[in-house]
Design a protein. Sequence first.
Length: 118
Amino acid sequence: QVQLVESGGGLVQPGGSLRLSCAASGIIFNFWNMGWYRQAPGNERELVATITTGGDTNYADAVKGRFTISRDNAKNTVYLQMNSLKPEDTAVYYCRAALPWNNDRNYWGQGTQVTVSP
């Protein structure tokens, strides 16, 4: 049974920082590309950042220079360090695992709420 469990969300003031974690189980973690996505009310889910099995990273333009994705294969965990947070970063953040050779084979976490507000 595959599980992706996100944690680390919460309420933070503009300019603040949060670190999200996603712990994976039921998969051979280092075989899977990992990603963070987010969905704000009324919006579609959008890509935030991805990291490949080899450690290559990709970011949405809106978060470049502020967010950093990383992975610890020994802990089966992917992280999203979010700095200089803005109110428009408010969303539910989801973790996703996908096979490099078959993107249709993927799993999602349940999401964690991030709210950026004074």
